[in-house]
Design a protein around this ligand. Structure first.
Ligand code: ZN
Ligand code: FE
Length: 240
């Protein structure tokens, strides 16, 4: 039983993720914001498309879904949301089991960026597709939810196995590094990660996936209760 995962770069900084269960030859795409690069990828690999998984309703994550469904006869899974009504064939709820062939996992509701945002977790090997909830060294903007909701979503993600690979919806890591370093300047793991990220980006390579362990050690939004970060933020607040 094995799951291969590949990045398909779309637009300027989005990733759609291609999942392939090698035992059953089943394929899924997470967040096809456009159809053309996905078709090119699938043709190149000689794969059909069985499932499309949507994390949230924003156009850069869904715009290729309908065309791909028609072309391949794929089924679209996603959260309950009026704005996704015409797209989603199968609504998934928080903690609902999902499977791609022999690869099993579950959906994980993570409100914050949008109210119905859904992440998808596969357990073997552990992998989380987190859309725009969590980015490496950062997180998605609060469009609809409250800070408390998003923080609770981070807590849910934080309880997954530390070796879980984190597959985000955007290549924002380098841009996030500035803020992360600003609030957490003495974090040695963060400094190392920033060096690695600069090197990867200078070669045009993705900085993703990261791992949950890596994010817990370097991402200021997962490290918000950290004493150093709190001290830094309080000092800053006092200077206003
Ligand atoms: Zn979004
Ligand atoms: Fe996005």
């Amino acid at each position: 039983m094995s799951l291969t995962i590949n990045a398909i770069p779309i637009f300027s900084d989005n990733y759609a993720w291609a999942l392939h269960d090698t035992t059953t030859n089943k394929t899924a795409i997470i967040d096809p914001g456009e159809d053309h690069p996905i078709r090119t990828y699938l043709d190149m690999h000689g794969h059909k498309l069985d499932f499309i998984l949507l994390t949230h309703h924003h156009a850069d994550h869904i715009n290729g879904a309908d065309t791909l469904r028609q072309h391949y006869g794929a089924r679209i899974l996603g959260p309950r949301d009026q704005r996704l009504q015409s797209l989603v064939d199968c609504i998934v709820q928080d903690r609902e089991p999902i499977s791609l062939g022999e690869s099993k996992g579950y959906a994980l509701a993570t409100p914050g960026h949008t109210l119905s945002h859904m992440c998808y977790y596969f357990s073997s090997p552990p992998a989380l597709f987190c859309g725009d909830t969590l980015f490496s060294l950062g997180c998605g903007r609060l469009f609809e939810g409250t800070a408390e909701q998003l923080y609770e979503s981070f807590r849910k993600i934080s309880t997954l196995p530390p070796q879980t690979k984190i597959y985000c919806g955007h290549e924002y890591t380098l841009a996030n590094a500035d803020f992360a370093f600003h609030v957490d300047p003495t974090n040695h793991a963060l400094k190392e990660r920033i060096t690695q990220v600069r090197s990867l980006r200078s070669k045009g390579q993705p900085t993703l996936p990261s791992t949950l362990e890596q994010e817990l050690a370097t991402n200021p939004f997962l490290r918000a209760p950290n004493a150093q970060i709190l001290k830094h933020l309080r000092q800053e607040k006092d200077t206003f």
